[in-house]
Design a binder for this molecule. Structure first.
Ligand code: DAH
Length: 335
């Protein structure tokens, strides 16, 4: 046994010997097991001998293992190293496409003198709905299917709640000029353009003499910054309970530049209309200002809200917004 151990040249061979000697049916193990069957007078001596044999075999295996390992290291080090072999490129992290667009937006608004505001993702009905004039039975509650956490609490369905919180906290420190990026949640079925959770970017300005023209100019500045200098913005009449008048904002299509055509086929992004719907906006309703203790006879404001994912999808030509949140590195690494 000791000779075989001393001659073995690999870890695999040593392991095979260990099993053959010390394994459950190994030679040494069998010898140890056989002790019990011997006459009483012989047991003590035979037991002692078998145990000593086990110790010697174990030690021989351990010693040989060290020698074999050392030889293996020497062999590896002696192998020439190919400096021209292609390396393994480590996977580097980078910013998410939606974060890139959000950061650009924050930058653009900083330049226009805005500050970034924040609010909780779990809201009360007051901040998410009532202060914004969306009463219990208001049909607008159906427009935004709500998850409820309890009677009183819900994950916010839009970032418009931050308008109310910010105006309450700053009504004595006017003017207000903020944007509020953040996540919102809706009990909606998913498809290529909808998701149960997504980002919004809310904007709010309250000051003396703020007009719809200011709103349009601001939106135009922002869209040019994100989608390119040729981008035009159009406001269409719409309805939101918390703004009067309310508008829908469209921008000229980033792919066909507003013509609706790509060569002689109609543009797939805007379906040939030349315009992309981006979000809602309007002049803050006087009653909303009253709700937070701001005098609507002296102050006016505008507000807007839209989805940065949709903007990112338009900017990068992505057809399905769900791609942004899948763990698909091949997709995410392109940006
Ligand atoms: N909260 C609206 C939504 O989630 C978007 C919106 C519309 C925000 C008009 C506004 C606004 O601030 O004035 O669909």
């Amino acid at each position: 046994m000791l000779e075989s151990i001393a001659k073995s040249r690999s870890l695999e061979a040593l392991e095979a010997l260990r099993v053959a000697y010390l394994g459950r049916k190994g030679r040494v193990t069998e010898q140890l097991k056989g002790v019990g069957a011997l006459p009483t007078a012989e047991r003590a001596a035979a037991g002692k001998a078998a145990n000593e044999l086990r110790i010697v075999v174990e030690a021989a295996l351990a010693e040989r293992e060290m020698v074999v390992r050392e030889a293996e290291v020497k062999r590896t080090l002696a192998t020439p190293f190919d400096v021209t072999a292609p390396g393994i490129v480590p996977l580097l992290g980078h910013r998410h496409p939606v974060s890139v667009v959000l950061d650009e937006l924050v930058d653009l608004f900083w330049q226009m003198g805005y500050q970034v505001a924040d609010g909780p993702e779990v809201e009360t009905e007051w901040y998410n709905f009532e202060a914004l004039l969306v009463g219990k039975d208001h049909p607008a509650r159906d427009m935004q299917d709500t998850f409820y956490l309890s009677e009183a609490h819900l994950p916010r369905t839009h970032t418009s709640s931050v308008q109310i919180r910010h105006m309450e906290a700053h009504r004595d420190k006017l003017p207000i000029r903020i944007i509020a990026p953040g996540k919102v949640y809706r009990n909606e079925d998913e498809d290529a353009r909808h998701s149960w959770s997504f980002y919004q970017l809310e904007g709010l300005v309250v000051d003396e003499g703020v007009t719809l023209g200011d709103l349009k100019g601001t939106l135009e500045q922002m869209m040019k910054g994100i989608l390119g200098n040729d981008t035009k913005v159009r406001l269409r009449s719409n309805y939101f309970p918390y703004t009067e008048p309310s508008v829908e904002m469209d921008a000229t299509c980033a792919i066909c530049s507003g013509s609706g055509m790509l060569g002689d086929v109609s543009c797939h992004l805007c379906s040939g209309s030349g315009w992309l719907e981006l979000g809602g906006a309007g002049m803050v309703h006087p009653q909303v200002l009253r709700n937070v203790g701001i005098d609507p006879d002296r102050y006016s404001g505008f507000a807007f809200g839209f989805g940065p994912e949709r903007l990112a999808a338009i900017k990068y030509g992505v057809d399905d917004v769900r791609e942004f949140w899948r763990p698909n590195f091949r997709f995410l690494e392109q940006f």
